[in-house]
Write a new protein. Sequence first.
Length: 512
Amino acid sequence: MTSDFAALPIFLPLLAAPICVILSRFGKTAWVISMMVTWAVAAMCLFSFAEVYASGEPLKYHMGGWAPPIGIELHIDLLAASMLVLVSSIAAITMPYFFRSVNDEIAREQQPFFYAAFLMCLAGLLGIISTHDAFNLYVFLEISSLASYMLIAMGRDRRALAAAFQYLMLGTIGATMILIGIGFLYLTTGTLNMSDIATRIDVLAPNRAIIAAFAFFAIGLVMKVALFPLHVWLPNAYAYAPSAVSPFLAAVGTKVALYAVLRITYSVFGHEFSFGGMHLSLIFTALAVPAILIGSVVAIFETNLKRMLAFSSVAQVGYITLGIGLASQTGLSASLLQIFNHAMTKSALFLALGAMTLRLGSNVTVHNIRGLGKRMPLTAFAFVLAGLGLIGMPFTGGFVSKWYLMKATLDGGWWLLTILIAISSIFAVIYIWRVVEAMYFGRLSAQSETIREAPPSMLVPIWLLTFCVILLGFFGNEAVEISQRIADQLMPSPSLPDPFSFDPPILNGEMP
């Protein structure tokens, strides 16, 4: 099917971004424009998802009327449509939250540039998901990254500049790796259309150029995903970014990078080449295990709550990568469920911390939230419920995703990984309980006596996302069905034979 709805969610934010700056003199115009655009984009993405889900056929749009492989194609299948809904919905839900948070933390003369950067970041993320052209994947990746650097640097803490610079350096290295990989693919196949590349790789692989392209892509995307040990940019970026930015980046930033991993490994190189020939299972599992353990342990000892949640994200990325590395349909379904659960859960948690920051007037730590549950009961309780989703308690979305991830490890005979998931969940109980203990059992300070509940414009987004976390736990069957359909499309065969065995690829009878 061909539809303009494949292109409009990308171009609408791109067009609105400069308008926010041009009309900056008219009060809160930039926020009004951003809210209207994000809501319109979310509606269009929901329509696209409904079309793709009902018909089973992808939506396509040929830029300038040029058909692929010569022209640039936007291609929205069920995976892309689901990710578009996730990104656009979180942007739309959090936009009312921006009104108070941005006004409190960002200087008035900088606010139009903030909203312009946010819209550019949104357009870049939606472009990564929609494009079916390898080079445009890189272009949209850079658009979203450059806008993210700007958003992080606007944090009121001076350390935000250092965090943005660190993210810039590592992000540039990762993007360069991806660009080199694209160059090798184009050199070998003579095309940039992903479907066309996949067809030609089936004929040409394995050869040195394709293996080199895969290696560069793997390294570059791992840096963008913030998978251990290439995660060093993430904790400071989340901790010192403005309170309105951290929920959005934590929810969708690494998730869109993980989408790119799925798209490149399954749709371009193919799961047999990626996991059978290049042994991506070994790499992902070897990186995911320390990510889960170290991220969870470090989170326990963090006193800055935004950094605590940031290291928790390192562990959650490990869960998702572990599911992908299992190279089975159940593992892939679990990873997809975890992507959606973690996006909603972590966004709700960061939004709650942002509301606390508004009232405390400083960074939120374990020490300065003592007794806050009595002064901000709605915000504190939302944090507790979202925290239960992060732990994976029953009747939350986190339970559904972790259940399927543990099932995937048991189906593969990897019971040690099952124990690892259970232990890391206990670690999550510990660092979430530290916050709960401080909020509900800590003694109120003299300063806390004047604190009041967050405004409705902030409470509504917090509770909407918290409600989604609980809703996914009660109605997880529908989410599981969608994730299984996506897994069936990406991996037609149920599993690969012994993906953890190591057998180096052979090129023309010789080692590469």
